[in-house]
Design a protein around this ligand. Sequence first.
Ligand SMILES: [Zn+2]
Ligand SMILES: [Zn+2]
Ligand SMILES: [Zn+2]
Length: 114
Amino acid sequence: MPRTLPADDLLSATGVAACSRGAASTRDRCDTGEVLDLRPSCECCDRDLPPESTEAMICTFECTWCVRCVKTCLGGTCPNCGGDLQPRPVRPADRLADHPASTRRVVQTGLHRA
Ligand SMILES: [Zn+2]
Ligand SMILES: [Zn+2]
Ligand SMILES: [Zn+2]
């Protein structure tokens, strides 16, 4: 005789619900908390580095430089903190509406070697 086990049914239903909750929070994780400070220009030569630029490099403190200056002026390390520099990730355009790029230009005089 097959027996129905209501407790087991309840358990699996709860498991499914927990799984969908987990998936939803993973999808929205990028929208919570602090976002990267997308600075508008190179701190060395002051050239524009728009959010979609693939020539922007940042350090762990988000100091922002163009690839040319990283090579010719900075020697591959951030002059502010001494850390290494990595290509800045491009923020998808549909995310810029909620998380716009910074407009505060930072320029340091005396760094750039023309
Ligand atoms: Zn530059
Ligand atoms: Zn730095
Ligand atoms: Zn420079």
